[in-house]
Write a protein that binds this ligand. Structure first.
Ligand code: 13P
Ligand code: SF4
Length: 400
C-alpha cells in the first residue's frame, strides 16, 4: 500500500528502540480501532492514506472559510498537515475565544480541549471533535462526584472552604471547570500555572489543585512552596478518609494535590536524563511539567508544548536536545530541525493513545458530512455547565 503521509522520521541514536514510524494505515487495520468511535460509517474503514488525504483536501476546498481546523501539537502527522492553527491547549483555547468568522471549528485534539473551545466560541460557531472517543486518561482521573466529595470533606475539616481556591488544569471535564467557576476558582494550563496560582493565593490561603499532581507540585515548587506544604489527596480512598492525608498534613498544606497523572509523562525518569547526558555531554533537556518532580528538577527547562516547540526552534544549530514529551511532537521537531539532534528521552515510544485516535478517516468523515450539510460529532457543553465554566476560563484568559 502506498501512503502520501509517511511519518517515519530520522531519529537520533538514543531514540526509541521500538519502531518510531507511525504510518497511516486504514482504520480497520488499526490495532485499537475496536475501542474507538465505532459509529463512523463502514465505507471509511478501508480507505488508505491517499484516498483520505484527497478527500479531506477536497472537502476543505468546498467548505472554504466556513471551517477552521485546529490541531494540538500531539496530533499525528497525517492530521497536523491539515491544521490551520497548531498550538498548546492555551493557544488553541485563546484562538476559540478570539471568535473567528468560521462557522465550524474542527478540533483535532482531545475531548476536554474541544469542550473548552465550545465554551469560548461565538454563538454562530459549532465545535466538532473528529473522534468522540479521543479523551484524556488524566482528565478521567477527576470525576465530578469525587471532586465534590473531597470538597465537602475539606469543608468539614477546615470548617469552611472560603479560604480554599479550586484550580483545575485545562485537562479536565467541563463540569469541573464549572465547579471552579462556581466556587471562586479558575482554570490553568501548563503555560500559565504560576500566574494562575499567584492569582489564587491573592484570594485564599490554600489551593485545591486537580487533576495533575505533577503540574501542581512543579508549579508550587517554582513558587517556593516547600514540598511539605503540598499534600496529596488520594481520590481512590473511601469518603471520610481525608484522601489518606493526615490532619497535620492538611493543616500545614498550602496546596492540596489531586492524585492524578499523565501516563505518557510519568514514564520519563532521572535514569533517562542521566543516560542522555552520558551519551551527549552537551545535551539540553527540556520536559513538559506533567513529568515527575525529580525529572523537572533535573531538566534544563520545562514548559508547555508551545514552550518546547519554541525552545527547540530557538536553540542554535548543532544543539543536542533530549525532550520529555509525547512522541508525535518530538518526532516532528526532529524532522523540522535537521540541523539539530532532537530525541525523545524515553527509549520506548509512547504516543498519547487518545490523541492518536484522531485518525484521518474521522477527519474525512466529519468534513465530508459538513459538505453534505450534516454536523456529526458536535461538542455541546450543556447550558448548566457552560456559564460557570466560562467564568473559570475567562478568569484564566484575563491574566496577562
Ligand atoms: P499543553 O497545554 O502543554 O499543550 O499540554 C496538553 C497536554 O495534554 C499535555 O499532555
Ligand atoms: Fe492527557 Fe497525557 Fe494525552 Fe496529554 S498526553 S492528552 S495529559 S493522556
Amino acid at each position: 500500500m502506498t501512503t502520501t503521509t509517511p511519518t517515519t522520521f530520522p531519529v537520533a541514536q538514543l531514540q526509541c528502540e521500538t519502531d518510531t514510524g507511525i504510518e497511516t494505515v486504514p482504520l480497520a487495520e488499526e490495532a485499537s480501532f475496536g475501542s474507538w468511535q465505532p459509529s463512523i460509517p463502514e465505507r471509511y474503514w478501508g480507505m488508505d492514506a491517499d484516498e483520505l488525504t484527497r478527500r479531506i483536501h477536497a472537502a476543505r476546498e468546498t467548505l472554504g472559510d466556513e471551517v477552521v481546523v485546529l490541531g494540538h501539537h500531539y496530533q499525528r502527522e497525517d492530521i497536523i498537515q491539515f491544521a490551520d492553527e497548531r498550538g498548546d491547549s492555551f493557544g488553541l483555547a485563546q484562538y476559540a475565544a478570539d471568535r473567528g468568522e468560521s462557522k465550524y471549528i474542527v478540533f483535532c485534539g482531545v475531548h476536554f480541549m474541544a469542550e473548552a473551545a465550545d465554551i469560548l466560541r461565538a454563538d454562530h460557531q459549532t465545535v466538532i471533535l473528529p473522534n468522540m472517543e479521543a479523551g484524556c486518561s488524566m482528565a478521567d482521573m477527576a470525576a465530578e462526584p469525587d471532586v465534590w466529595s473531597a470538597w465537602r470533606e475539606l469543608e468539614d475539616f477546615f470548617g469552611s472552604t472560603d479560604d480554599i481556591i479550586p484550580v483545575t488544569y485545562m485537562n479536565s471535564a467541563a463540569s469541573l471547570k464549572a465547579f471552579c467557576g462556581a466556587n471562586g476558582g479558575v482554570v490553568c494550563t501548563s503555560s500559565n500555572a504560576t500566574k494562575v496560582l499567584e492569582w489564587a493565593f491573592e484570594r485564599g490561603k490554600r489551593v485545591f489543585f486537580f487533576p495533575d499532581q505533577h503540574l501542581g507540585r512543579n508549579t508550587g515548587h517554582a513558587m517556593d512552596i516547600p514540598l511539605e506544604e503540598m499534600v496529596l489527596w488520594d481520590w481512590r480512598a473511601p469518603a471520610g478518609n481525608l484522601g489518606r492525608a493526615t490532619a497535620e498534613e492538611l493543616e500545614r498544606s498550602r496546596i492540596i494535590l489531586w492524585q492524578g497523572h499523565c501516563s505518557v509523562h510519568q514514564r520519563f525518569s532521572l535514569a533517562q536524563i542521566e543516560q542522555a547526558r552520558a551519551q551527549y555531554p552537551d545535551v539540553k533537556i527540556v520536559v513538559h511539567p506533567e513529568c515527575r518532580y525529580d525529572v523537572v528538577q533535573e531538566a534544563d527547562a520545562n514548559g508547555s508544548t508551545a514552550f518546547i516547540v519554541k525552545y527547540v526552534q530557538e536553540a542554535p544549530a548543532g544543539s543536542v536536545i533530549g525532550v520529555g514529551t509525547e512522541i508525535n511532537l518530538v518526532s516532528r521537531l526532529a524532522k523540522e530541525h535537521p540541523d539539530k539532534t532532537v530525541f525523545c528521552l524515553d527509549p520506548v515510544v509512547c504516543p498519547c493513545s487518545t490523541m492518536y485516535r484522531v485518525h484521518p478517516a474521522y477527519l474525512a468523515w466529519v468534513m465530508e458530512s459538513l459538505v453534505e450539510g450534516e454536523v456529526v460529532n458536535r461538542i455541546a457543553v450543556p447550558d448548566h455547565q457552560r456559564q460557570d465554566a466560562k467564568v473559570a476560563l475567562e478568569r484564566m484568559l484575563a491574566l496577562k
